[in-house]
Every structure is written in C-alpha cells, then in structure tokens.
Design a protein. Structure first.
Length: 216
C-alpha cells in the first residue's frame, strides 16, 4: 500500500500500511520518516484510517492521493514534512473505495462497484464496470489505454480496452495456490504483457494474445 517517485532529485516514498499516510525521504543513512497523518472524521469526532496511496506530479508540484472509506483525498507534499490538504471528495452513493491507483494519466479508484476515473480536481469523469474480489488484481500494468483484470477463478487475464470500453481479449494463466494479490507488467515498446502464474513465466502480445516467450 505505497508508492515511490523521484521528485526534484530526491526519492520520496509514501505508505499507508500503518493506516496513516506516512511520507519518507531517502537520506544518507536510509529512509527517514517526514510525517504521519490520519484523516479526521468530524461527524464522529475521531480519526479514521487511510488504506491506499498514489503519487502524481502536476505542474511541478507533488501530490499524494489517498482513500478512506467513501472519501478520496488530495494532499500537496511538495515539502515532504508538511502535507497540505488540497481537496477531498466524498461520494454519496455508498461506494467504499478499496484502492487508489494511476492508469495512464488518470487517478483512479477501484472498488466492488468498478473503476472510477478522476480528474485532478477529484471529479469523476468516467467509469468502467470491471470487477474483482481482489482489487489489487485490476491494474493498468503501465499501459495508457489497457486495463488488466487477473481473474483467478477463470484462470485468465481479461484485457479491457478503455477506448473500445470492453474486454477485447483474454490471456490464459494457470493458478493453483491460494487466491492473493497478482501483478503484471505492460511494455509499450513492443505491446507485450509479462506475467507469472503458478507454472510459468510468460510474455504475451497484447494486440493478438499470441505467446511470444515462455519459461516453465
């Protein structure tokens, strides 16, 4: 539940594993914690917990997007020791956010109700009906247009095209162990997807699904 980025020639690391938004910088003697904050619930007058965070550089400023329950927050952490709350947006349709990420140039949330696309002002500008009981298994893999949904029940990776707004192909995988977080990597240079299942490592062409390389 974290992210890292090189900002102004300085490595910035963020995490929500402690249920707080923690910001670290890389110093000569290792990572140094610069701050730790939790969201404050004014309705119940108590602190809540953060569950996921993603970094983004906009107009030279560094922002951390993080979620808590039905709310997405945007903090300016250009000065890592001082987080400034820029905006927060609470949905009114009882959608509990599971994860925040970045797909292409867009900040997104993932939940049991699908994928929501946000602009920099935390306004929902699009959404996709992509579902998975493990939110981590929905990702862009680094693609600007494709969304990959690793479905362990069906032993397949569904490739969703954002422009076509549908699943355009499926890639076969073989999972035998317990269901847990899975990841893959998309290489835009040769339009290939790299992933590992419980039997092999594969490189697959994203355009036609053909197997380019295989190691078992």
């Amino acid at each position: 539940s974290g992210d890292a980025i090189n900002y102004n020639n300085r490595l910035i690391v963020v995490s929500t594993d402690s249920e707080s938004l923690e910001v670290f910088t890389l110093e000569n003697d290792g990572l140094k914690k610069q701050l730790s904050i939790k969201p404050f619930n004014e309705r119940f007058y108590r602190h809540d917990s953060f569950y996921s965070v993603k970094l983004n550089i906009e107009n030279g400023r560094l922002y951390a997007y993080t979620i808590s329950g039905y709310t997405i927050y945007k903090y300016d952490i250009s000065q890592p020791s001082n987080a400034i709350l820029v905006k927060e947006s609470k949905n009114t349709y009882w959608e509990w956010y599971s994860r925040v990420d970045k797909f292409g140039d867009n900040i997104v949330t993932i939940s049991a109700k699908g994928v929501k696309i946000f602009n920099n002002d935390l306004q929902v500008i699009d959404s996709y009906e992509i579902f998975n009981e493990i939110p981590y298994n929905i990702s862009s893999g680094g693609s600007n247009n494709l969304i990959f949904n690793i479905n362990e029940h069906k032993n397949e990776v569904q490739v969703f095209d954002r422009q076509a707004r549908r699943v355009v192909r499926t890639l076969n995988v073989n999972f035998y162990g317990e269901r847990n977080n899975k990841a893959l990597y998309y290489n835009s240079y040769d339009d290939s997807v790299y992933f590992a299942d419980d039997r092999s490592v594969k490189k697959v062409n994203a355009a036609n699904g053909s197997l380019s390389n295989f190691f078992e």
